[in-house]
Design a protein around this ligand. Structure first.
Ligand code: DUC
Ligand code: ZN
Ligand code: ZN
Length: 473
């Protein structure tokens, strides 16, 4: 593979911003320093640009079956959209369909491996718990998967009981796996949904009314308390409430090894969006809440109380009766219209894997809420550390994979569905004026996005085997 020398850019790490050159050789970062020369390398002048480690999105749902449809990005289209947005690693989820956990992982890999266009890893959902599952958990490590996801919501479907989660955490801690938790109160939701439907409430806002914020607040603390008692690390996915952030801080202040993720929609959108005529576009679980919640979550990023920003990318068409054009062909996938007469039938989930970096740069860095260094920490370095990918990913030191983004902090455009590569018919940030976009994106040294040109291909991504006992940060 030819060498590439990136000159005159500013490298952003979680700690500092450095005016350095960077040499890529054989897919790896070979050298980082001032005044580098290499007569055999292709030279790229990055003056006025930033060099970022490729984004790591620790939370995506590609090709996820839900209700009578499937999330509209598969492992090719979703990872291509990720790449255009500056993200070069994603972590998807394995459903536990079969009692054999390793079979579930192998099946997911068989689906994803031929399609992925960036590197990827997998988290394993544990939605049933018994002796057979408990016995198998240590063997999950053989597949390179080190993370187990549990739910305190979705009764009779995905939820585990607290005692089961506690037992799982004990095993996970012993073998160096990390437990991840979707924290809402499934019992309260079950009662409220039944009551709402019997009272004839069918509109999207009832999705939020039936999943109260207090359920998430309480479940975050419950998760942290279980982690404290099991002496096990825990990662709370998609924090959506002010109280959830408060509980995270409460537990961390007391030394509990709990870490938290939020997602961009919880920084910008509220229940008012669910009340719009097209409110179904904002349906996700847990729901978007209030402006005060948005503000508290921003504060948690400004003061580094929160550890990561993922996306929970799980797109659906808003109107899946109409085709869109994707790579020159019409595509039509049933979507949110499935629930036009009943909020419980609206597929839950939002697009975002490609939007994450430009939206956060504009709203976070340009507006002064987070520094460029925090931006890199939340979107790349911290996910790499927590999920056992560091320093191969999430950093640009000699020996790291040359996954990097030449970032143009001055590029401005009116964003929306026409620009984003996510395979759906709408974009949450339609019409937003964004500033800061990837100019070039490299995956293991190969240029895969050059401006608006796609140079990547299906199946070029690699599955990343991870090691147990990753960092708790
Ligand atoms: N929430 C969603 O909205 N969609 C997919 C999974 C999840 O937890
Ligand atoms: Zn979830
Ligand atoms: Zn999710």
């Amino acid at each position: 593979m030819k060498r590439t020398l990136i000159k005159n850019g500013q490298l952003i790490t979680p700690e500092e911003t450095l005016q350095v050159d960077l040499l890529i050789d054989s897919g790896k970062v070979a050298r980082v320093g001032k005044g580098l020369t290499d007569t055999n390398a292709e030279v790229i002048d990055a003056a006025g640009k930033y060099i970022l480690p490729g984004g790591i999105d620790p939370h995506v749902h590609l090709d996820l079956a839900m209700f009578d449809t499937v999330s509209s990005d598969d492992h090719y289209t979703g990872t291509k959209a990720a790449a255009f947005g500056g993200t070069t690693t994603v972590i998807d989820f394995v459903e536990d369909k079969d009692p054999d956990l390793l079979k579930n992982i192998a099946d997911r890999r068989a689906l994803a491996d031929p399609k992925v266009a960036v590197d990827y890893s997998l988290h394993l959902n544990i939605t049933h718990f018994n002796d057979y599952v408990a016995e198998q958990i240590p063997s999950v490590l053989e597949s390179g998967v080190t993370t187990l996801k549990v739910f305190t919501a979705y009764n009779h479907r995905l939820r585990l009981q607290d005692g089961e989660i506690f037992q799982l955490m004990l095993i996970a801690a012993e073998y160096g796996l990390l437990t991840m938790m979707h924290a809402e109160n499934g019992d309260v939701i079950e009662v409220l949904v039944e009551d709402a439907l019997s009272a004839g409430h069918k509109k999207p806002i009832w999705h939020a009314h039936t999943r109260p914020a207090w359920g998430a607040v309480e479940a975050v603390l419950r998760g942290a308390a279980l982690a404290a008692q099991a002496e096990a690390p825990l990662y709370i996915v998609h924090l959506n409430t002010a109280g959830g952030v408060d509980q995270l801080v409460y537990a961390r202040d007391r030394g509990v090894p709990v870490m938290g993720e939020t997602c961009p929609p919880y920084l910008f959108f509220t229940e008012e969006d669910l009340k719009r005529p097209d409110g179904a576009k904002w349906i996700c679980s847990p729901p978007v809440r209030t402006a005060a919640d948005n503000e508290r979550i921003w504060q948690g990023l400004t003061d580094s109380s929160i550890q990561t920003i993922g996306t929970d990318h799980c797109p659906f068409f808003y109107d899946g009766t109409k085709a869109i054009e994707y790579e020159g062909k019409p595509v039509r996938i049933p979507g949110k219209e499935l629930g036009k007469d009943d909020f419980t039938k609206i597929p839950n989930g939002l697009p975002g894997v490609g939007d994450r970096l430009p939206v956060l740069w504009t709203e976070g860095v340009v507006k002064g809420r987070i520094t460029p260094n925090q931006f890199v920490a939340y979107t790349s370095a911290n996910p790499a550390r927590i999920f056992g990918l560091y320093p191969r990913k999430g950093c640009l030191e000699p020996g790291s994979d040359a996954d990097l983004v030449i970032w143009d902090p001055d590029k401005k455009l009116t964003y929306g569905v026409a620009y984003s590569h996510q395979r759906t018919d709408y974009n949450l940030y339609e019409g937003w004026e964004l500033q800061g976009f990837p100019e070039k994106v490299f995956l293991r040294g190969k240029l895969i996005v050059d401006g608006d040109q796609w140079l990547g291909k299906r199946g070029q991504g690699q599955f990343l085997e991870r090691e147990p006992f990753a960092e708790v940060i």
